[in-house]
Design a protein around this ligand. Structure first.
Ligand code: GDP
Ligand code: GDP
Length: 436
């Protein structure tokens, strides 16, 4: 299912990031706890009443060497391109400024719904300040206060009125949905072309099946696939599209709709912080992950190069120790034919279901080898385990006291489960629950 996307635009200092954080709320994120993966919150999922949506803080897409007005323009363009509903944010304390008018002028060009919000209306006495803002020609201004959390409900109600009907993109469980993500210039579009250009690939449909993504449907060895969001990857040319923040935004959108994600690295440039960040999101989202090292042709190699590179990847992507790695060249097509079989395998593992009886044998055996930990005189007791979900495989382990189930023991159980079953390419989740 595609969630509606809301983007916040407006000149600097009106309170975009404050509002974004208010709406998103405090989420605990694994990525943010993963070393080397720093906070990068310009895109997040959020909820309002019964609505699930994604929200973008366009103010986070900085183009440091662009002049002020150019930055605002590009942020507004991102919103017009990516969002279903745009929240145009202004500052009630300063009234309408020339920069607000400039933003309005850009936004006039879009047919997408725009909700005008006047921020920093911190108390009811200040409400009169909103009238000025009718002059922007964006309809009724909504008074809000980001710092005090006022008016956000009404604002989101209004935004939700404009959410598109769910376009129920239902591909069925047998269809594998995947995407390629990565920094600009790692070779994503070249790889897509190389993968789709293979003889055995039958492209059945390239249709605008969803609101803003063009999904490509095809078949390879009788398996149906949908490649997510190729439109955004193949369509290029605008300045902001080559920024790293924008590539994160793109990646997050693609990850959301994929079963399996191909994290593309550039062999020539090696591993960069941004690669880890992007990969971290795929891991956190519980998707199947494959690491694809592209531009393998561009390296001077000897018999050790691949091992050395593999080791570097393992060191830098500790949290992705389950992900297979492929070394390819979009240019020479080297090993490109391996990509589909790996996607298929990872997708199967991602959807795998383990019988409870077999699972419990593995757990019992693990506990016998390495007794459950105790703490303050109390020992963890494991009663039984069961798989409660797939994509990713999720296990609930019933215990006497969940607090006694430390991270290291979960990790130990995970390793035993991975040894017993082929979960290559998929994260697995283990949750401790008290038996009632
Ligand atoms: P951005 O540049 O548009 O993302 O703006 P920020 O969210 O960084 O906010 C700019 C400044 O305005 C910060 O100092 C915020 O604390 C302040 N601010 C944000 N919302 C409000 C509000 O509702 N009332 C008041 N008084 N200050 C606010
Ligand atoms: P994207 O931004 O990730 O979609 O990257 P592109 O597919 O646009 O590729 C960026 C640049 O890298 C282009 O100049 C490509 O020709 C080049 N490139 C892509 N794949 C390869 C490869 O396998 N080997 C070499 N040598 N260059 C490549």
């Amino acid at each position: 299912m595609t969630k509606p996307v809301v983007a916040i635009v407006g000149r600097p200092n009106v309170g975009k990031s404050t509002i974004f954080n208010r709406i998103v709320g405090e989420r605990v994120s694994i990525v943010e706890d993963t070393p080397g993966v720093t906070r990068d919150r310009i895109y997040s999922s959020a909820e309002w009443l019964t609505h699930d949506f994604s929200i973008i803080d366009t103010g986070g897409i900085e183009l440091s060497d662009e002049p002020f007005l150019e930055q605002i323009k590009q942020q507004a363009e991102v919103a017009m391109e990516e969002a279903d509903v745009i929240i145009f944010l202004t500052n009630g304390r300063e009234g309408v400024t020339a920069a607000d008018e400039y933003v309005a002028k850009i936004l006039y060009k879009t047919k997408k719904p725009i909700v005008l919000a006047v921020n920093k209306i911190d108390n009811p006495d200040m409400r009169d300040m909103i009238y000025d803002f009718y002059s922007l020609g964006m309809g009724e201004p909504f008074p809000i206060s980001g710092s005090h959390g006022l008016g956000l409900g009404d604002l989101l109600d209004e935004a939700a009125k404009h959410f598109p009907e769910d376009d129920a993109e239902d591909y069925g469980d047998e269809v594998i949905k995947f995407s390629l993500i990565g920094r600009p210039n790692v070779g994503k579009s070249s790889l897509i072309n190389a993968v789709l250009g293979q003889e055995r690939v039958i492209v059945s449909d390239v249709a605008g099946t969803t609101r803003d993504a063009i999904d490509t449907h095809y078949t390879f060895d009788d398996q149906e696939y949908v490649m997510i969001d190729t439109a955004g990857m193949r369509k290029k040319g605008k300045v902001y599209e080559s920024t790293e923040k924008y590539s994160v935004l793109r990646a997050l959108k693609a990850i959301e709709r994929s079963d399996v994600v191909l994290v593309v690295l550039n062999a020539e440039e090696g591993i960069q912080e941004q690669d880890k960040k992007i990969a971290g999101y795929a891991h956190e989202a519980g998707r199947g992950v494959i690491i694809v090292v592209n531009k393998w042709d561009a390296l001077e190699k000897d018999e050790k190069t691949m091992n050395v590179f593999t080791q570097q990847i393992r060191e830098h992507f500790l949290f992705l120790d389950y992900a297979p790695i492929v070394f390819v060249s979009a240019l020479t097509k080297q090993r490109v034919h391996n990509i589909f079989p790996i996607i298929q395998r990872v997708s199967e593992n991602h959807a795998m279901r383990i019988q409870s009886s077999i699972l419990n044998e593995v757990i019992e055996d693990a506990v016998a080898r390495n007794p459950a930990p105790s703490d303050k005189g109390k020992r963890l007791r494991i009663y039984y385990a069961t798989q409660v979900a797939t994509r990713p495989p999720t296990f609930v382990v019933f215990v006497n006291e969940p607090e006694l189930m430390h991270f290291s023991y979960i990790r130990f159980l995970e390793n035993r489960i991975r040894e017993a079953f082929d979960f290559e390419g998929t994260p697995i989740k283990i949750i401790a629950r008290a038996r009632t």
